[in-house]
Design a binder for this molecule. Sequence first.
Ligand code: SAH
Length: 216
Amino acid sequence: MSDYRLQRDRLVRELERKKGIRDRRVLEAMRRVPRHRFVQEHLLTQAYSDFALPIGADQTISQPFVVARMTEYLELDEEHSVLEIGTGSGYQTAILALLARVVYSIERVPSLAQEAIARMRELGLNNVKIHVFDGTVGLSQFAPYDRILVTAGSPQAPPLLLDQLAPRGRMVIPEGDRQSQRLVVYVRDAEGRLERREGEAVTFVPLIGRGGWSDD
Ligand code: SAH
């Protein structure tokens, strides 16, 4: 078995036993996606530590625990269509792709999107479509979505994203100020009413755009 495989199994055991990730499907997806393929070469030795790491363009690949927790909150199944805002490295995108039918992911930095597209191709994840633009306006073309995940910190849930959430849909987003946020889960019921629940404190790079922070 490769050294990376062993390191990955160890990380997933840590997420399960010490950090309270319970969802078997999420743990299995984390066991399958090779995180070392999503980090820069000089950081390869840290690929399976439970930390966020820089990926260039002032952005980061999210901490594995946070990826696992957000994915748990989504309660995905294989029929779902998912909208993700903030592709970044594409690591979270790959986890979503293993658990859902189709993933539309939006990234505002073209170079990051291009790298992520190449990784999806190399890993054979054909159910992912990556687009470059301000994701705070959503992607009305394929709406509504069963699940929406925002992987950058926002002052509030962008209204256009909530509009694109299907009945019985769930959206997970880090809400707060520019430095620190809290995971928030929105659940839309069958009649269209929204419920809001708060989860862990987290630290994300800012969501920049019309429905997020200004670019300064
Ligand atoms: N889940 C990613 C996290 C990347 S960090 C990973 O694990 O690699 C968040 C990403 O959101 C950054 O790449 C940033 O460029 C992107 N982003 C910020 N504002 C955005 C917006 N309005 N639309 C699309 N992407 C955005």
